[in-house]
Design a binder for this molecule. Structure first.
Ligand SMILES: Nc1ncnc2c1ncn2[C@@H]1O[C@H](COP(=O)(O)OP(=O)(O)OP(=O)(O)O)[C@@H](O)[C@H]1O
Ligand SMILES: [Mg+2]
Length: 286
């Protein structure tokens, strides 16, 4: 499968996100995961080999595994004859009315959560025990939602604000589902040698029912660390953090335009995505 950073399929085009291209397909959606990579809200010109395949096939893996926890949008990842070139990197899903909330669940303190804790001793405004470190396991997985901004940065909101924006019943259901999904995936991944630090879900309405949509527990939407290293106190990321770390050290001011990525960083990022896939599913990505 060659690197693809942009698609131009003969289908009604709907949306080009940072990573995925969405088309209308027989009343449903066709979501293509390209090999684009974004970090700090910029999309890079270079593609990451196999990244789209990893995102698509891992999402399919999790959608099948978690459907008894909550219904999701997955219909099939078998492409019809005229779309065979997309096989492995695309899926057909139910079209939902997006709830514009990033349903983040954190089981460990790191990233922006760690930053808030260092400054205020809280996570999403909730007081935490003293003495926690970067990477510490939280007493309980915590739901820390943010709004899904049309452009620019997402804004953190409290659970109360989420209830006001989306209705109490919907916000409660999303919170409960997101935490259950996180716990299930966390426990499963521990048996595969990975620590799921945090992850983000999106939900939407099909009729009056709320279902899980978008991607699920991928290295783009999650942080996972190697357990063997974690147990020695080292946070070794098998996800996009590797690229973020490189960018932090590169001197880029994080303002567009995005800089060119060195070949070595592209390769190593690709290796991590593929290795994560193999660890989680036991198979090579196709
Ligand atoms: N079943 C679904 N029904 C409707 N929209 C969906 C569904 N699944 C995913 N989406 C939307 O498809 C898009 C996937 O593209 P991608 O993740 O690349 O976008 P993004 O960079 O997050 O962009 P955006 O800022 O527009 O969300 C997202 O906007 C996501 O909310
Ligand atoms: Mg997205």
């Amino acid at each position: 499968m060659s690197v693809i950073t942009k698609t131009d399929l003969k289908l009604p085009f709907l949306h080009r996100g940072k990573v995925r291209d969405t088309y209308e397909f027989d009343g449903n959606l066709l979501i293509v995961s390209t090999d684009r990579v974004s970090a700090f809200d910029s999309v890079f010109a270079e593609g990451i080999p196999k990244k789209g395949a990893v995102l698509n096939q891992l999402s399919a893996f999790w959608f099948k595994k978690t459907k008894s926890i909550i219904e999701n949008h997955f219909i099939t990842d078998a492409m019809p004859e005229h779309l065979k070139a997309m096989q492995g990197r695309a899926m057909i899903v139910k079209r939902a009315k997006l709830i514009p909330m990033e349903a983040v669940v954190r089981g460990y303190l790191t990233g922006s959560g760690w930053k808030e804790y260092k400054e205020k001793g809280t996570l999403a405004g909730i007081k935490l025990p003293a003495g926690l470190k970067n990477g510490s396991k939280l007493p309980e997985p915590q739901f820390t939602p943010s709004t899904k901004a049309e452009s620019g940065h997402d804004i953190n909101i409290s659970v109360e604000e989420a209830e006001k924006m989306f209705g109490k019943e919907a916000a409660d259901f999303v919170k409960k589902s997101a935490i259950s999904l996180y716990k299930f995936a966390h426990d499963y991944l521990l048996t595969k040698g990975l620590v799921l630090a945090d992850t983000k879900f999106e939900f939407g309405y099909v009729g009056s029912k709320i279902i899980l949509i978008d991607e699920a527990i991928t290295p783009d939407s999650s942080r996972y660390w190697l357990k063997e290293q974690y147990d020695k106190g080292i946070l070794e990321s098998m996800d996009k953090q590797f690229l973020r770390n490189y960018l932090e050290s590169s001197g880029w001011n994080k303002e567009p335009p995005a800089p060119a990525l060195p070949e070595e960083i592209i390769e190593k990022t690709s290796e991590r995505y593929k290795a994560a896939y193999k660890m989680i599913t036991g198979e090579e990505v196709k």
